[in-house]
Design a protein around this ligand. Sequence first.
Ligand SMILES: Cc1cc2nc3c(=O)[nH]c(=O)nc-3n(C[C@H](O)[C@H](O)[C@H](O)COP(=O)(O)OP(=O)(O)OC[C@H]3O[C@@H](n4cnc5c(N)ncnc54)[C@H](O)[C@@H]3O)c2cc1C
Length: 317
Amino acid sequence: MALGKGATRKIEGLYRELHGRLRGEVLRDVPLSGYTTFRIGGPADLLVVPKGQEELFLLSQAILDHGCDFLVLGRGSNVLVSDAGFRGVVVLTPPGLKRARIKDEGKVNIESGCELNRLILWCMEHGLAGLEELSGIPGSIGGAVRMNAGAHGRTIGDIVEEVKVLRLEGEEIRERTLSAREACFAYRRARGIGNRDIIYEVKLNLYIDDKDRIRERRDGFLSWRKERQPLGRPSAGSVFLNPPGMSAGEIIERCGLKGTRVGDAMVSPKHANFIVNLGKASADDVLRLVELIKREVLRKEGVELEEEIDLIGFGRG
Ligand SMILES: Cc1cc2nc3c(=O)[nH]c(=O)nc-3n(C[C@H](O)[C@H](O)[C@H](O)COP(=O)(O)OP(=O)(O)OC[C@H]3O[C@@H](n4cnc5c(N)ncnc54)[C@H](O)[C@@H]3O)c2cc1C
């Protein structure tokens, strides 16, 4: 998929404005396979890693001024990027936005690029509890909030107090502080946060507990994951949302699809809701496997599965 002349000019203009002006990296034509946990994805026209909030603000205004399309990525652990890649600018929040501060008792302000697992470790060291159930989810805070990541009956939305976003609409960026209610947390979505919002900071409401007790809980959740999930191979976690009252993994397993392959993409024999990359899987392989699973599940079980992972650069919204 080639860029039109107008789009190329916009990207060039943005590149020239930012290159040498930011301390963070500003890179042209970068394969996104290096920035996703699937290890899949074609190039982004431009990838920018802002160092700190000031650079993120500057970058956001420049994106608006030049009229470029953009995509925010955290750890890329819930996305499938097409082989053609992304036409526009990828704003990568880690590792440049990772500051954490304890405000009042139990309240933590954290920048969106911080890894969830690092935050959990840091909270444990400070005797702050409430996030342990999410241990092992390999996302950033921004991605976790956008997806309302969760496990063991707990979601990040349960403990979010505020979400700070830059809204890139119109001619000027708008800074907004959303309450948890405005963020509108639902099953694997924050419905109040859209594609033109960049989450840059989140305020969490934790509680104080004994460090050893926090560690014990965290270790328990990590072992649970290790036993059940194929953590040794690249993946994007669960591919499909659980239909109401059902487990997508169990349904796929019942259909006998564990181990099914398209190219190097395979339904994990360990957990049927995971597709793993055996080495050289393309996005096209994964997408064809996704379609095959949906077809078989509908035919055999009468259930319509819906993707949990975000499909990027496939031109289907
Ligand atoms: C092995 C494995 C296990 C997993 N287990 C779980 C689990 O138990 N529970 C669960 O819920 N998920 C799980 N996931 C999925 C994934 O880790 C989570 O959804 C995670 O929160 C995504 O964070 P991320 O930073 O990787 O987001 P990305 O994949 O980078 O992005 C996901 C979406 O969020 C948007 N986004 C990212 N950062 C921002 C930001 N700062 N501002 C605005 N939008 C943003 C992106 O544009 C994209 O639409 C798992 C994944 C893997 C690979």
